[in-house]
Design a protein. Structure first.
Length: 164
């Protein structure tokens, strides 16, 4: 297995945390190579924070950078779908949810994302199917559970004829 590396600013990060570097370190290299699989989960967390803050464009940029190095990162593709959803680009959102599911066909958040898109398009039956698939993949998926509760009204009890 080939390990891919990404170069990240290391010394500037340390300096931001502890102050400027001493002059003796002026000639040191400002970057370090690390395994992208180590950095990606942290960066996805930042992208999720950007989405929560409503900075969808920033999230797209962050995720695009990760996906250039790790194009088969299904979690990143799903979060990218969420960022496009926030931007109102439901076609791009659906494309990324589908790509995530081709890589991991049991990824509940991607099913839930597809459900959101179908729901927005007024395709209630397809949305319900996707939310059910999300719950089949992860019974604790709260987004899918809440969506199904919203889309499928509780059945009304029928009047049963009492036995004589």
């Amino acid at each position: 297995m080939k390990i891919r590396y990404v170069t990240i600013p290391f010394i500037p990060l340390i300096c931001a945390l502890v102050g400027p570097r001493p002059k003796a370190m002026a000639d040191t290299q400002d970057t370090v190579s690390v395994d992208v699989k180590v950095v990606a989960p942290m960066t996805v967390g930042v992208a999720r924070e950007e989405i929560v803050a409503g900075r969808y464009d920033n999230a797209v940029k962050i995720l695009d950078d990760i996906l250039k190095k790790e194009p088969k990162s299904f979690d990143e593709l799903t979060v990218l779908g969420d960022a496009y959803w926030g931007l109102g680009s439901i076609g791009k959102a659906m494309k990324n949810y589908k790509r995530a599911l081709t890589i991991n066909p049991h990824h509940a958040p991607a099913f839930a994302g597809k459900g959101k898109v179908f729901e927005k398009q007024g395709k209630q039956d397809e949305a319900i199917n996707e939310y059910r698939a999300a719950l089949a993949a992860d019974p604790k998926n709260e987004e899918a559970r809440l969506a199904l509760d919203r889309l499928i009204p509780p059945s009304t009890p029928t009047q049963e004829t009492p036995f004589p």
